[in-house]
Design a protein around this ligand. Structure first.
Ligand SMILES: N[C@@H](CCSCCCCC(=O)O)C(=O)O
Ligand SMILES: [Zn+2]
Length: 368
């Protein structure tokens, strides 16, 4: 039996994988809007390929593609994904993740997220019934640990953590909030304490915000945990887009979401900085979410190569550190760019002189 997630985190740094729904939507296997993971049944080869690309890029965890795979989410507003059944989707996702994890030394995590039942004011019992159904599938499939991710209400996340804790597996919990707090006004530092008290072993933030914003939020979580005398591992899985203009709902409120986010895409060099700042903050589960592609995750692995025992990921075979491969280019001025100094200090233009640097995010309050 290999080392579990908590043992690996005690010993060093874990690199997460990236955002599946956005990456597979771009490839034509996920519908933007519902963002449900029926591709695990309808296009398993596409899911396997993306898992493989993240494994090659250095991911130590294959998140089972079970995001938004609660029965209510799969059927809400006439979503046809429900015809496959929540259990079938969750179990199929676990098998695909395990197949690829076994091609390396990766762990697999069963994931669950916020539900329409909670958004519509459902009872704790009704909401936890959905979480239980997913947890049962993960237990049956023998996942290595569980991730409760993308919650904007700390209360619902705690309900998910409570269900997951009963499996006996390690539980990670990430809210999609910034340093201001959750959507009910619970301070971010307090959210972390509540998640810890609900049983979460690994606590942090995923999605909705860029690395700088996520790190500022996790800094608040770290402060809250320390003041409460609670020792927990920290996790960050930010967006692969820059969102300094986002307000409390993050990229969902930005007018460019979801089909014109490209100008905000992080460079691989932004990811070097993110990885280093996360590591220096004490984060040991350094992952990624929507907008992160495998080459971004490779940059995290390359930045932390020393901390990870000097081993580069397979995908670095064709990518010398800091663009060293450009030394083979035909043009001398391109060869001159084969350096850390050049890429670390470049301020890339967007090529869109008519476009603003910031948008005017909408500010709604309800999710239904
Ligand atoms: N682990 C998941 C995280 C997805 S976060 C998705 C945000 C969707 C926002 C929305 O509902 O519009 C993944 O890899 O896709
Ligand atoms: Zn995301």
């Amino acid at each position: 039996m290999g080392k579990g997630i908590l043992e690996r985190l005690d010993e060093g740094v874990i690199i997460g994988d990236g955002g599946f729904v956005v990456a597979l939507e771009k490839r034509g296997y996920v519908q933007a809007g519902p963002w449900t993971p029926e591709a695990v049944i309808e296009h398993p080869e596409a899911v396997l390929e993306l898992h493989r690309e993240f494994l090659r890029a250095g991911s130590d965890v294959m998140q089972c593609f079970t995001f938004y795979a609660s029965e209510d989410k799969l059927t809400v507003r006439g979503n046809k994904a429900g015809r496959h059944g929540s259990t079938n989707i969750n179990e199929a996702a676990c098998l695909l993740a395990r197949e690829v994890a076994n091609e390396g030394d990766a762990l697999i995590a069963g994931g669950m997220s916020q539900t329409p039942t909670y958004a519509e004011g459902g009872s704790k019992e009704a909401v936890q019934e959905h979480f239980q159904k997913q947890a049962d599938a993960f237990t049956k499939c023998g996942v290595d640990f569980l991730i409760c991710e993308y919650f904007e209400h700390a209360e619902e996340a705690c309900w998910a953590v409570e269900i997951c804790k009963k499996t006996g597996l390690a539980v990670a919990a990430t809210l999609c909030i910034n340093k201001e707090g959750d959507v009910d006004g619970v301070p971010t530092s307090e959210c972390a304490v509540r998640l810890a008290n609900a049983g979460a072993d690994i606590i942090g933030i995923n999605c909705n915000f860029d690395p700088d914003t996520v790190l500022a939020g996790v800094r608040e979580m770290k402060r809250g945990l320390e003041e409460a005398g609670l020792k927990r591992h920290l996790i960050t899985q930010p967006l692969g887009y820059r969102t300094p203009d986002a307000n409390k709902h993050g990229f969902v409120d930005i007018p460019e979401f979801p089909f014109a986010m490209e100008p905000r895409t992080l460079t691989r060099w932004d990811c070097h900085r993110y990885a280093r700042e996360a590591y220096d903050l004490g984060v040991r589960y350094i992952g990624a979410c929507c907008g992160f592609e495998p080459y971004h995750v490779r940059a995290i692995a390359e930045e932390l190569v020393t901390e990870r025992g000097g081993k580069l990921p397979l995908a670095s075979e064709k990518h010398e550190m800091w663009g060293g491969g450009l030394k083979l280019h035909t043009k001398p001025w391109v060869r001159a760019r084969a350096s850390r100094e050049y890429w670390e200090n470049l301020r890339p233009a967007t090529g869109r002189p008519e476009c603003p640097a910031y948008s005017k995010p909408s500010s709604h309050d309800i999710t239904d």
